[in-house]
Design a protein around this ligand. Structure first.
Ligand code: PLP
Length: 474
């Protein structure tokens, strides 16, 4: 494809994306087709001769798009949002076009420096601790996901807990990780990859009202492990748990971590974005205790997947834990000590230019535009919760400080599960579920930039009508 062919095809693809977004509301949110439908529609071998982009777009329309779950759909209320936006898509296009590989400062100086600046901007915007800035002892880096952030935090914590031995000898003692009963599954995965084993993760009980970690239970677990000769290495506290968006009490947890010398990682994958709004900064009280912190702009901050912003309070510990210097990567800039080589801050060596999309998003929306997006999601969720509260067939399951509402039918688990299945079968909305205090609970997470009050109204109308049928035995 020469540059002129690319220009023509590129215009057609951008038109195609714009049309997709414009007509999203007219599509079902999820497909009803059975597994294997797409496989059966695709040829079993690749084409012998090249095909025009128009043929690919036709197959996107005919085969692929009808069998997607449409995460940007205004009726998508499942999981947490993975929202994207025009500026993010355009920046990803530029990033792909540039095709740079920023493993070292020397392999892409501007990519490295832009990433550092954008993460410093974000840290300022969220009022994160001064130690997290690149001008202080720490700094920020973009990981592909919150799961990777938790993994590298775990590795840095092992480095510290072992007094630096872990680098050479691996896991030679019984190190422990701690998180609440609602801590994300990526914490157990990180512990397994890091060699702690799934059983190396202690699950700390939560308060049944707030669903947040109980500091007294954390202390008891650490004390018991120490008495058994084990080594508490890392506590992962959550701001905005996946089940209910509970906020673990960082001031108390941080004090316990400081007392026992345990690394504190804060996983704010979804709710971290809220710190951009001054009125929501209460959710980050105590974050100054964190040794590391991450949130996913790819969830609620209009930046397309994948983009996790990860900061450490002391970059030296992270770099010592992860750095390996083969001869073929040696270069004068790295040896000068004056540059950042982000390869030492992550698991892979290579890295693409993800900072571009954060830069485009921050510049296109501006701080106030981002705040407006976050606030509109919270207001819509609040309006939905008000309707749940006013209907005595329903009960809210937990507080809803952000844009997720958790609720159930008072009639019980079976009725609640039937309700979820029925509204999702309508194809007009998509919700997911969890368990809160052992009970089946529906989750409605607002986050698509296309979601307007009428879409939340439609979700409520569907839920209410389905509840009427289910409770009548229909
Ligand atoms: N942590 C929390 C609290 C989450 O809610 C999620 C995903 O929803 C994750 C971590 C994992 O995020 P990622 O897909 O970026 O690894």
């Amino acid at each position: 494809m020469d540059p002129e062919e690319f220009r023509r095809a590129g215009h057609a693809v951008v038109d195609w994306i714009a049309d997709y977004w414009r007509t999203l509301d007219q599509r079902p949110v999820t497909t009803q087709d059975p597994p294997g439908t797409v496989t059966a529609a695709l040829p079993t071998t690749p084409p012998t001769h090249g095909e025009p982009v128009a043929a690919m777009l036709a197959d996107l329309d005919g085969i692929v798009v009808p069998r997607l779950t449409h995460w940007q759909h205004p009726g998508f209320f499942g999981y947490f949002p993975a929202n994207t936006s025009g500026p993010s898509v355009l920046a990803d296009l530029v990033s792909s076009g540039l095709g740079t590989q920023g493993m070292l400062w020397a392999t892409s100086p501007a990519a490295t420096e832009l990433e550092t600046v954008v993460l410093d901007w974000l840290a300022d915007l969220m009022d994160l601790p001064a130690t997290f800035r690149s001008t202080g002892p720490g700094g920020g880096v973009i990981q592909d996901s919150a799961s990777s952030a938790t993994l590298v935090a775990t590795l840095a914590a092992l480095h510290r807990a072992s007094g630096g031995r872990w680098r050479e000898v691996g896991v030679d003692r019984r190190y422990r990780a701690y998180t609440s009963a609602h801590g994300h599954s990526s914490i157990e995965k990180a512990a397994r990859i890091a060699g702690l084993g799934g059983q190396g993760v202690r699950t700390v009980e939560v308060d049944p009202q707030t669903q947040a970690m109980r500091p007294a239970a954390l202390r008891a677990a650490i004390v018991a492990d120490l008495a058994a000769g084990e080594v508490p290495a890392i506590v992962v506290a959550t701001i905005g748990t996946t089940s209910t968006t509970a906020v673990d009490p960082l001031p108390e947890i941080g004090a316990i971590c400081a007392e026992y010398g345990v690394w504190l990682h804060v996983d704010a994958a979804y709710a971290g974005a809220a710190a951009i709004c001054p009125e929501l900064r209460w959710s980050h009280a105590g974050v100054e205790h964190a040794d590391s912190y991450c949130f996913d702009p790819h969830k609620w901050l209009l930046t397309g997947f994948d983009c996790d912003a990860f900061w450490v309070a002391d970059r030296g510990e992270l770099i010592e834990a992860l750095t390996v210097m083969p001869e073929f990567l040696r270069n004068a800039a790295s040896e000068s000590g004056a540059v950042i080589d982000y390869r030492d801050w992550q698991v892979p060596l290579g890295r693409r230019f993800r900072a571009l999309k954060l830069w485009f998003v921050l510049r296109w929306y501006g701080v106030e535009g981002l705040r407006a997006h976050l606030r509109s999601g919270i207001a819509l969720a609040d309006g939905f919760a008000t309707r749940v509260r006013a209907d005595d067939r329903f009960a809210l399951a937990a507080p809803h400080p952000f844009s997720l509402v958790t609720f159930r039918l008072r009639a019980g688990d079976e009725a609640s599960a039937a309700l979820l299945a029925r509204v999702n079968d309508s194809g007009q909305v998509h919700l997911t579920h969890t368990r809160v205090n052992g009970r089946y609970t529906l989750r409605l997470a607002v986050g698509s930039p296309l979601t307007r009050p009428e879409h939340v109204d439609r979700a409520w109308d569907l839920l209410s009508a389905a509840a009427t049928d289910i409770l009548a035995g229909d």
